[in-house]
Design a protein around this ligand. Structure first.
Ligand code: 13P
Ligand code: SF4
Length: 333
């Protein structure tokens, strides 16, 4: 098996991928990944399939087989435009469900059915109905990190990339924002709309602390700190920039900091390090156990078997789709 970085490695049509992979995958790992990448590429062609990958996916997926990558907002937008019979979501269940809502006629695959999210499992449809009863007339904004059943109960969705715009688009003095307490508090700090929060947390981002960020600043000269809004408020208070994973990438691309700390799931830094070799990424490693369930091996298996598929009951899907479509109709600033 040829080693990456010497001669043939990736299909000739993808030389940029080969170069990016060589920056993050040690040559000794290449014999494991290369046959899987080639088999996935062949099956994608045979099945008329595309792979969508979230920014937290492992580098061999993100740079090796993904056709479309991005944050939750970009993936939802691109999912609405995809022209393929089969869509593989290299991400977690709520992302695959969003893709299915926007592509009811296509086959949507999530390579591991157990790939969930602590935020999505922190609230049920029944919880939303109870919240509405407690706050009559107050619109409910749901982070996309929720199940389709929850999306079916709410007025509109948002992501970390558009939450302020979505809340303000409603033109009301008060909203309920579910399920991420820290995102809700962050939004509240950026708008005059009153935000009533649920108390869900991301199990990855809630582990960061402000003290930890201060220690990194002391240890690394000239460090730029970019934090995801799912982090606790004391972490966000220490950050130079707060934003979605796409915003993080845009910040690095535009500013090319000498050193940067991305306060988020650590595969994000691995993936960006391959794109920006001139930037030093300081990497505290908090991995999302759900995102890690996706591998080249189970992507290949899902394409072979066309399973596990995402299926959403049509009446529920119709209601949930409305909240996603309302979000997509909100103009970005
Ligand atoms: P982004 O939309 O910023 O990519 O975040 C999704 C997510 O699950 C973060 O934990
Ligand atoms: Fe959910 Fe957190 Fe994992 Fe994102 S990082 S998928 S919010 S558990």
């Amino acid at each position: 098996m040829p080693a990456l970085g010497r001669e043939t490695a990736l299909p000739a049509a993808l030389p940029d991928r080969r170069e990016r992979l060589a920056r993050v995958i040690p040559p000794m790992e290449w014999p494991v990944h290369e046959p899987l990448i080639q088999a996935i590429e062949a099956l994608k062609r045979e099945r008329n399939a595309v792979v969508l990958a979230h920014n937290y996916q492992r580098p061999e997926i993100f740079h090796g087989v993904a056709d479309i990558v991005g944050d939750s907002l970009a993936l939802a937008r691109r999912a609405a435009e995809v022209d393929a019979a089969v869509i593989v979501m290299a991400g977690v269940r709520f992302m695959a469900e969003t893709v299915k809502l926007l592509n009811p006629e296509r086959t949507v695959l999530l390579p591991d059915r157990e790939a969930g999210c602590s935020l999505a499992s922190s609230i049920t449809a029944e919880d939303v109905r109870a919240l509405r009863a407690r706050h009559p007339g107050v619109p409910v904004v749901a982070y996309v990190n929720t199940s389709a059943a929850v999306k079916a109960e709410v007025d509109i969705c948002c992501t970390s990339g558009n939450a302020v715009e979505v809340v303000e688009s409603l033109g009301v003095p008060r909203v309920l924002m579910i399920p991420d307490e820290y995102l809700a508090r962050h939004v509240a700090s950026r708008t005059s709309v009153e935000v009533i929060a649920w108390t869900g947390h991301c199990e990855v981002h809630e582990r960061f602390t402000g003290a930890e960020i201060r220690a990194y600043r002391e240890g690394f000269d000239g460090l730029a700190v970019v934090a995801h809004p799912e982090c606790p408020p004391d972490v966000l208070a220490e950050a130079d920039v707060v934003g979605s994973t796409q915003r993080m990438q845009d910040f690095v691309a535009a500013n090319r900091p000498r050193r940067v700390l991305l306060v988020t799931e650590c595969s994000m830094s691995d993936n960006l390090a391959a794109l920006f070799p001139d930037v030093e990424f300081v990497r505290p490693c908090n991995l999302c156990p759900h995102m890690r369930l996706i591998s080249l091996a189970n992507i290949l298996e899902s394409l072979r078997r066309l399973e596990p598929r995402i299926d959403i009951e049509p009446a529920l899907a119709a209601r949930a789709r409305l909240s996603v479509e309302r979000m997509l109709a909100v103009r970005p600033r």
